[in-house]
Ligand binder design. Structure first.
Ligand SMILES: [Mg+2]
Length: 152
């Protein structure tokens, strides 16, 4: 489990999934860590939220109306490049987990592909790893290390 102490800021997580049950499942899993969640229902909402949300990590469903997850991930990477921001970890979360789906999400700019149904311990471990990897001294490296704590 990812642990956090009350004196540190919570991890900010953007969740994009069009299915309410999937959003609820992720909310339950993330209730085990100190996280601030913003949940949206399609890729366009995800992109808008991302631009102002200062997130530590994004969990992106792939099949969504309005704008699909792959397009949203590409737009997020484009936004980061245009604004000179560091790359925020993005995990593609999808029931489509065949090799071509994994390759497509990586090509769009996802850091990793998580298969549904999501395994809670695995998701939290991967989130911790990705957030730690993305943390830099320029942001708040020491704080982030402390927030993520140790996976046990
Ligand atoms: Mg979906």
């Amino acid at each position: 489990m990812i642990t956090a102490t009350s004196s540190e800021r919570p991890v900010r997580v953007l969740i994009a999934d069009d299915h309410p049950t999937n959003r609820a499942v992720l909310e339950v899993i993330l209730s085990f860590i100190q996280a601030e969640l913003v949940t949206v229902e399609d890729g366009a909402q995800a992109l808008e939220a991302f631009k102002t949300g200062n997130f530590d990590i994004v969990l992106m469903d792939l099949q969504m109306p309005v704008m699909d997850g792959l397009s949203a991930i590409r737009e997020i990477r484009r936004f980061e490049a245009e604004t000179g921001r560091h790359a925020t970890p993005v995990l593609a979360v999808s029931a489509n987990a065949m090799s071509e789906h994994v390759a497509a999400s990586r090509a769009a700019g996802a850091d990793q592909h998580i298969a549904k149904p999501v395994i809670p311990d695995a998701l939290l471990r991967i989130m911790g790893e990705r957030i730690r990897q993305a943390a830099t001294p320029q942001s708040d490296h020491r704080k982030m290390n402390h927030v993520i704590g140790n996976a046990t």
